[in-house]
Ligand binder design. Structure first.
Ligand code: MSP
Length: 541
């Protein structure tokens, strides 16, 4: 089973383009592994507890659950629109999750991993958190961003994280695939070095924060939101679930083949707390999840933030460009693991070149020529030539390269490789000039060969695109009348279109995205042409 899951999104705001990138990346990988014939379980969801949700709800005059549900709806609607094909939904206020968190806490306490102690320190009233020396500015004081800072003594429950850090260091050192890409694992190793000797506070007093899961053994406290949220990866996979809870069979799912998270939550949450929590729960080394860490989508090099007013709502992009164009852009223009700049001009440019001009035009022209010159019938004629043989070889190599990149979670290079093959197909058309071949009956076998080669490439590329453009892919394949049921990328071989296969007349799959100016020019051109036609008709009359 390929179990893929993403970070669960905070319900203290609305989804933005960064959230969308993570979900689309995970979805493309999930769809890819399904295409490869693997049994895939894709989990995503929402992180509904915590201080911020409680505060936002209070400000909105709502109950926390009501507020969290309202924001959750926005995420669900966006994932539907973007075609995110998740199998399981993790919402942390689900009673099944709450029961699992409480069972884990009880077990950890019984095994001596939790203890209560008083802590005295500086506390930011505005941010509602204890501050350490790391939060002091260059002048050695807590800056204005922390608001009023008071000295506070508070009792809390602690997880004995420090007892697991040596194990973690050894584990991460000896298991290169625990965290990818590699440079992120190095970041993690550096952070582990700095985390020896510190335990993790896993509770919040109820009088300060009520919106959380109560500690089963101390009702004056709720569970720290990160401890609660991290458990989602196993609770919704069926860990310690009751019979009939409607959750998957944990033994079939775990360990997660891929937990897709952003770079900001690798350290300390996933790379340190989560792995140590699992270790403390008794999970052996072989049962540790793999973390796939992606970078951030920024705006002109800056972080997206409310204060800068540069937050991009993916819904607005879907309105203008369509959901599939947004999907393609996100995974094509961002190299997994690295930051990238969101740029709507690039979105439009990539759509117009790689989708509308390249694969769109190739399919359109090939189907059109087959319809016009051969009545829509594909003939696999005798004979061969160098260019056609090279095209076949390149198609086979591209399937291999594409698959290798996808298996390495490298979507940007995978789609670049596919697009390069489409480029070769388009230059093959220019070299072969089927419209010239069609002028002479003697060239029929070559014309048929050229069209058969082009349509076969359209079918293979159209099939591989299914993981990123499910709708466009099925439209391409349906015009080509190709049935890919049971096909896998591994079994993909030349000959999807057999001799005598028939195709449909084309209908554009990727209409060009035009700017307002371009639309205006097109309208003017059309009006001029209509006026000219009318004049001509009048003259003839
Ligand atoms: N609730 C926590 C995660 C708990 S997982 C057990 C959280 N939520 S979040 O809403 O702030 O972020 C959700 C995911 O979106 C994280 O993986 C985060 O890295 C990612 N992103 C948030 N902003 C992003 C960008 N600007 N760009 C790309 N991904 C970003 O953290």
């Amino acid at each position: 089973m390929y179990y893929i899951t993403t970070a669960i999104d905070y319900t203290n705001g609305a989804p933005h383009i960064g959230h969308a990138y993570e979900k689309v990346l995970a979805d493309v990988l999930a769809r890819w592994h399904r295409m490869c014939g693997e049994d895939v379980y894709f989990l995503t969801g929402v992180d509904q507890h915590g201080q911020k949700v409680q505060q936002k709800a209070e400000a909105a005059g709502m109950q926390p659950q009501e507020y969290a549900d309202m924001v959750t709806e926005k995420f669900i609607a966006l994932w539907k629109r973007l075609g995110i094909s998740y199998d399981g939904w993790a919402a942390t206020t689900d009673p099944r999750h709450e029961a699992c968190v409480q069972r884990i806490l009880t077990n950890l306490k019984e095994n001596g991993c939790l203890y209560k102690k008083a802590y005295k320190g500086f506390y930011s009233v505005r941010q509602e958190q204890f501050l350490t020396d790391k939060e002091r500015n260059e002048e050695g004081v807590f800056g204005p961003e922390w608001g009023e800072v008071i000295e506070l003594e508070e009792e809390n429950w602690y997880f004995n994280l420090s007892q697991h850090v040596q194990w973690l260091k050894d584990y991460v050192t000896n298991h290169p695939t625990v965290c990818e890409p590699e440079f992120r694992r190095q970041n993690l190793l550096n952070a582990i070095e700095r985390s020896f000797g510190v335990d993790l506070c896993i509770s919040r007093p109820k009088d300060r924060l009520s919106w959380g899961i109560p500690l089963p053994f101390d009702p004056d406290f709720v569970t720290y939101v990160w401890f609660d949220a991290l458990v989602n990866y196993i609770s919704f996979a069926g860990y310690l679930a009751e019979e009939g809870a409607g959750l998957p069979d944990f033994n079939k799912l775990w360990p997660a083949a891929c937990e897709v998270i952003g770079k900001d939550i690798l350290v300390p949450a996933h790379g340190i707390y989560w792995l140590c929590m699992l270790h403390a729960m008794g999970f052996p080394d072989e049962a540790m999840p793999r973390l796939l860490v992606h970078g951030w989508l920024n705006i002109k090099g800056e972080k997206m933030s409310k204060s800068l007013g540069n937050i991009v709502d993916p819904n607005d992009l879907c309105d203008v460009f369509g959901a599939e164009a947004v999907r393609y852009y996100l995974v094509r223009d961002t190299k997994t693991g690295y930051d990238s700049d969101y740029d709507p001009e690039r979105l439009k440019m990539i759509y117009n070149t790689e989708l509308a001009n390249d694969i769109g035009n190739l399919t359109n022209r090939s189907l059109n020529m087959c319809t016009r010159y051969c009545g829509g019938r594909v003939t696999v004629a005798e004979g061969d030539d160098e260019l056609s043989a090279a095209l076949r070889k390149n198609m086979a190599d591209t399937v291999q390269t594409f698959s290798a990149y996808m298996n390495a979670d490298n979507t940007a290079d995978a789609f670049a490789a596919l697009n390069a093959h489409v480029g070769l197909c388009n230059s093959y058309i220019e070299q072969k000039q089927p419209w010239t071949l069609a002028k002479d009956e003697d060239n029929m076998p070559e014309l048929q060969r050229v069209l058969a080669h082009l349509l076969e490439c359209c079918a293979q590329v159209g099939y591989l695109l299914a993981c990123v453009l499910p709708d466009a892919s099925s439209r391409i394949l349906s015009q080509l009348q190709v049935d890919v049921a049971g096909l896998t990328p591994q079994s993909l071989a030349w000959g999807l279109l057999k001799d005598g296969h028939t195709v449909q007349a084309p209908s554009p799959v990727f209409p060009r995205i035009l700017s307002e100016e371009e639309k205006q020019k097109m309208a003017e051109k059309a009006a001029k042409a209509a006026a000219k036609a009318a004049r001509k008709a009048a003259q003839q009359a």
